[in-house]
Write a new protein. Structure first.
Lengths: 392, 164
């Protein structure tokens, strides 16, 4: 490994062409105007490919048979072996937090799954660990599968087609209810083929209480839009690729939208949770707290005087509170939050992680950020934070 | 113009080296080059302040890593809602063995990948990495050990797959 990594450096350096410096100088002019680039070639590429992918998946044919799935068999004894392995760790990229603050963690040791869908080398080196907000925990052996957080539970998707061993359970998705119990899904006609392997498809709907999964085939995203909030929260939000327009819909069929009036140089991103959404510049935000019926503009630069900030990543919570992550020189990433509904005052939180702060994610009433081997979770809009317990 | 000339000299000397390091962290050639170019653009925009930086290449590396980390911060949230469909781009012309190394690096968690890249491709010590990332020395050592083990297994899997 050491030799290959050393060789990689020399090989890359020998094969990279140095672009004309004038391109950098031109880019510097834009940096001078705004300090931060809004778009990048890589992000644009990602957005375009996802948009094409979602559009293509909408055109897929449907199956017609409703399917009742059996209760999944779980192996808790083998899971304890995984959790107790000295090399075990939580893959926070694959793990999820639901709207109650329950966590479904993917725990693994040894061979890992590639970020772009490669299969695990073994079948007994990964487990799912459910951590209830009430402190209860349970775990079972499971190969890496796509996970989806719901307001009150999780969907564990089917194994990717190329990773199945032939067992029928490999191709079945299942639910994890609010008690951490795996449950079979009763699929509506045509839903399993789409939603089983890709539970995060925006057309898929789930009801944990009745253990049903269904497909709303008429659901679509506006062209080129990126989903911000799925239908599980009662309404869908999406943003345009350049984040200058935000879309919302209750049913995923008909969409309304609003384009920002902020100058291009000021635009950063869009954020949405529940009925609240914001088009965010660095210190100016356009927001709604009533599902897009009315919009307001607010300049928070005065309120941020007490916070030493650079570039800010904004997150709006379901209750309309505003969270920001910024980098403070010498102190790393800092998370601060609004203390009042009018965002007239902000205070720093004491949230710190082992590798810098990811922008907080919102699921229902839960706000969370990933940390090494777990999450920091807040159920009061960022006022207090709990770290998930370590592996046993 | 003088400021630009100063940055241009560093650009000619350091660009390839920084791209190699960023490529190992980002796992994507386009993203790596974009981050490094952004770092140089910010250096130009910083003007005389950049002259006062003791170690310009370290400053540029830190900015490029921050750009990648910030992008990760955003795409991470995005990828939790939408399936991963993007195909990463490699540096054209590098050997198949090294393409496999980068593919294996992509399989590591972000913080392990970042630590390994700084140690092996930027020749930084454990202490320097700990200071750069704001973590304890032990954390860096742990990430290096764990990342190296996982990387070896991933590379073994790749070799076996290529061998049929």
């Amino acid at each position: 490994v050491d030799d290959q990594l050393q060789g990689l450096r020399a090989d890359v350096e020998a094969n990279v062409d140095v672009p004309d410096f004038d391109h950098v100088a031109a880019r510097a002019d834009r940096v001078r105007r705004r300090r931060t680039m809004v778009a990048s070639a890589a992000t644009a590429l990602l957005v375009a490919i996802v948009a094409v992918g979602v559009t293509r998946s909408f055109d897929s044919a449907r199956t017609i048979q409703p399917v009742h799935q059996p209760v999944p068999h779980v192996d808790r004894k083998a899971a304890r072996v995984v959790l107790a392995h000295p090399g075990a760790y939580v893959d926070t990229d694959a793990s999820r937090v639901d709207g109650h603050g329950d966590v479904l963690s993917e725990v693994r040791f040894g061979t890992v799954v590639g970020a772009h869908g490669a299969c695990s080398g073994t079948t007994r080196s990964t487990a799912l660990r459910w951590l209830g907000a009430n402190g209860r925990t349970t775990a079972w052996l499971e190969r890496p599968r796509p996970l989806l957080a719901l307001p009150n539970g999780f969907v564990v998707g089917a194994l990717p087609a190329g990773c199945r061993t032939g067992a029928a359970s490999d191709g079945r998705a299942y639910l994890v209810d609010s008690s951490g119990v795996p449950r079979g899904i009763t699929w509506a006609a045509g839903a399993e083929r789409i939603c089983g392997p890709q539970p995060r498809d925006p057309r898929c709907r789930y009801d944990v209480a009745t253990r049903r999964g269904s497909l709303v085939t008429e659901t679509h995203l506006p062209a080129g839009a990126v989903l911000l909030q799925s239908a599980a929260e009662g309404m869908m939000w999406a943003r345009s690729g350049d984040a200058r327009r935000i879309y919302w819909s209750r049913d995923g069929r008909s969409w309304r939208s609003r384009a920002t009036s902020l100058p291009a140089e000021a635009m950063e991103d869009a954020s949405a949770a529940g009925r609240c959404a914001a088009l965010a510049g660095q210190t100016t935000l356009e927001y709604t707290s009533d599902a897009g019926h009315t919009w307001h503009s607010r300049d928070v630069s005065e309120a941020l005087r007490s916070v030493r900030h650079s570039d800010i990543d904004w997150t709006v919570t379901r209750s309309g509170d505003l969270l920001g992550v910024t980098e403070v020189v010498g102190r790393g990433d800092v998370l601060f939050r609004s203390t009042d509904a009018s965002w007239s005052h902000f205070v720093e939180t004491h949230v710190h992680t082992g590798f810098g702060l990811a922008r907080p994610a919102v699921e229902g009433g839960t706000v969370y950020v990933p940390d090494t081997n777990g999450f920091l979770i807040s159920n009061d809009n960022g006022v207090s934070w709990q770290r998930t317990p370590p592996l046993p | 113009v003088a400021d630009d000339a100063y940055v241009r000299d560093i650009y000619e000397a350091s660009y390839r080296r920084l791209v190699a390091q960023a490529y190992a962290v980002a796992g994507d050639r386009v993203e790596a080059e974009d981050a490094v170019q952004e770092a140089f653009a910010r250096a130009v925009a910083a003007g005389a302040r950049f002259h006062r930086v003791d170690n310009p290449e370290a400053w540029l590396r830190t900015v490029a890593l921050n750009v990648i980390r910030r992008r990760w911060r955003r795409t991470r949230l995005f990828s939790s809602l939408s399936p991963r469909l993007a195909t990463p781009t490699d540096v054209p012309g590098i050997s198949e063995d090294h393409v496999a190394v980068v593919a294996a690096l992509r399989g590591l968690p972000f913080q392990q990948r970042e630590t390994i890249a700084l140690f092996y491709l930027a020749d930084m010590s454990v202490q320097e990495i700990a200071a750069t990332l704001g973590v304890a020395d032990g954390t860096v050592k742990s990430r290096l050990t764990r990342g190296r083990t996982a990387l070896a297994e991933l590379l073994q899997t790749t070799v076996e797959a290529l061998g049929g």
